[in-house]
Design a protein around this ligand. Sequence first.
Ligand code: ARG
Length: 464
Amino acid sequence: METNKKAWSGRFNEPVSALVERYTASISFDYRLAEYDIQGSLAHAQMLANQGIITREDFTAIEQGLKQISDEIHDGQFAWSLQLEDVHLNIEKRLTQLIGDAGKRLHTGRSRNDQVATDIRLYLRASIDEIIHLTLSLQSAIVNLAKKHAETVMPGFTHLQVAQPVTFGHHLMAYFEMLKRDVERLTDCRKRVNQLPLGAAALAGTSYPINREQVAQTLSFEGVCENSLDAVSDRDFAIEFCACASLIMTHLSRISEEFILWMSPAVGFITLADRFCTGSSIMPQKKNPDVPELVRGKTGRINGHLVALLTLMKAQPLAYNKDNQEDKEPLFDTVDTLVDTLRIYADMLSGVQVNQAAMRKAALQGFATATDLADYLVKKGIPFRDAHEIVARSVQYAEQKGCDLGDLELAELQRFSPQIASDIFSVLTLEGSLNSRDHLGGTAPNQVHKAITRADKWLTNEQT
Ligand code: ARG
């Protein structure tokens, strides 16, 4: 083939310029689909042979040729060419070089439109499986840390103001729940990814007696895309995946923000292992939480990819348009970033050092048991709104005195309400407060242990 002759250029009188060639080519990024392109081609060729559309000999030659190409790619020996535009034409050209006319027959009853849609779905299916696996590992790391801290007291916050005491284990398990929903979302998304477009051909189907169910089965797809126009044109499955990815990153950016805050010497709740931090070239004392900061930062990039794909799809007429070639880079980068982030996070959690004394001290500073005093008064028959007022005045008094509610004398407390008796002191302690919230979803250590047991069971079930 002459240098400028394209697989599609039969009717053209002049070659494209070098700039247009570079602008329209996708090989610089879609070479990553090669292994899936080969899998798809094999399944297609096998079906063509089974249906008598190509001969057995042709199929055997195609099989051998594709095997050699796969080896060449694997060994870094394959010469990708920009002139050949994309992964599909690169592989097909090489196949024809290797096996002659049989290679030219592979594309019977197929178009690059249904071919590329198939490749992306195969790629994404494998990526989702990897991401689910990594998310489960991160969840295990969370559970392991929570196990050690089912009883560790820390201040719980609303508005970043000390609100009520919670256990650190309970706080961590909140992230377990978020990631559990993320895994469920990915599992559901996978079903819609796992449908076969091949057979849709360019847009309308094909006149050859193909067997799409057979191809679906060979490639382990759960079903077949049931409208050829839709099969080649929509990328909603990729958008849906990116939405799942954005949510995972959003959850990780929240815990990252907390790690950054907790690691600040002004708070000092935790330290991260040195291997996740960096120093400053000018301030020798610094240990910066670079990894959580980057996770927080990369969340913006992943959200950007989601919006890029939504915008790419918006207002595209049926069926395939070249716009869709732009689906790959955002998708690949989403997968790569998420995979790295999940990996690094599980490792980082295993190296978290917790400063229990700092957490306890902070919980004792913000009148975290004020609600417990109010609840105590309600149990003694005082209406909640009145109890709220009594506690507010007690807090004001303690604040002026510069101590916590639990440090006040009984006589001092009784000035605000005669209903207060000596049993109040077990209520005003951090442990008393924690242990009283002993119901499903509550922060009591007893409940944290139960949540961990449920989590372990769920993880075992998901991992099998
Ligand atoms: N490289 C193209 C893409 O990624 C493959 C499909 C090309 N189809 C076409 N009709 N030009 O979308």
